[in-house]
Design a protein around this ligand. Structure first.
Ligand SMILES: [Fe+2]
Ligand SMILES: [Fe+2]
Length: 289
């Protein structure tokens, strides 16, 4: 699947104040006017909210990276992000209340994507969790904003989405800086993200099985998934990790990238991360005038 060329420009337009490499307008998917309508779709949307709620609770994992941030500026970002993710938890509880639904458990694939694939080192965190992971979540946020009929729900989602954009942009910029310093990381980070891309179709199949494919929005889930994969591919290209399309990667190359990524993750268990307490005296914030 390809995206409209005029939506691909990363900067300039006013909808891209966050500075994301894939701008907000490009995230939108044309659902051809299909809508989630209330009260008809409240139970179905309640299940969708449960998946987000779990993701937002795991968002506070960013607190872990306060300790291992490479700079005081990055640590300040994570401190602010942690309070924003906690605010998003409250947003999803409020959304449940608006729909008249109760919070429930998340699907195992969502739990694996959010917790099981938690970054073992800083590069994996900013690339896989922030740029790619939160980038995918943002595309689903946008889909809900465009398809839920209820204005109060959309307003709450809009507020959280603007904060998520900053998280994605920060992940992208940190990844760009890391691979510029160490080009050997490109293949490793690409391999890590291939794994989540492979897990996505499984989640989409479950969504259709669980929620049915008769619904006017959900019957477009497969095309929407292809859109999310195309966005992710574009993001990987703009971060300099992928130089052609995913479909052009031979199966042997995929297998090698996946193997190398797992090897890197394994090695990360034995590497002692540099802490802020080791690096603060060399921090640009302290060395400046
Ligand atoms: Fe969030
Ligand atoms: Fe976030």
């Amino acid at each position: 699947m390809t995206l409209e060329p005029d939506l691909l420009a990363p900067a300039e337009d006013s909808s891209n104040r966050s500075g994301m490499l894939v701008p907000r307008e490009a995230l939108r998917f044309d659902f051809h006017g299909a809508k989630f309508r209330l009260p008809r779709d409240a139970p179905l949307l309640g299940w969708v909210l449960d998946q987000f709620l779990y993701g937002e609770v795991t968002g506070i994992q960013c607190g872990h990276w306060l300790y291992a941030a490479p700079s005081l500026e990055a640590a300040a970002f994570f401190a602010r992000q942690a309070s924003e993710e906690l605010a998003h938890v409250r947003v999803f509880l409020r959304l449940h209340a608006l729909l008249g639904t109760r919070p429930g458990p998340a699907h195992p694939v969502v739990r694996w994507l959010s917790t099981g694939s938690m970054g073992r080192d800083y590069a994996e965190h900013v690339c896989s969790e922030m740029a790619v992971g939160e980038g995918m979540v943002l595309a689903v946020f946008q889909a809900l904003i465009d398809t839920v009929e209820e204005k109060a729900v959309v307003r709450l989602l809009e507020g959280a989405a603007r904060q998520e954009e900053r998280h994605v942009a920060f992940g992208e910029q940190q990844t760009l800086a890391l691979v510029q310093k160490d080009p050997g990381l490109k293949g490793v980070l690409l391999g890590m993200n291939l794994l989540s891309l492979l897990a996505l179709p499984r989640l989409a199949r479950h969504v259709q099985r669980r929620l049915g494919s008769d619904h006017e929005v959900l019957c477009q889930a497969e095309a929407f998934l292809a859109h999310v994969v195309a966005l992710t591919e574009l993001r990987l290209q703009r971060m300099g990790l992928l130089h052609r399309s995913l479909s052009q990667l031979r199966s042997t190359s995929r297998a090698w990238l996946l193997f190398r990524a797992q090897l890197h993750r394994l090695g990360a268990r034995f590497r002692r991360p540099r802490r802020l307490t080791d690096t603060y005296l060399q921090d640009p914030a302290l060395l400046g005038p």
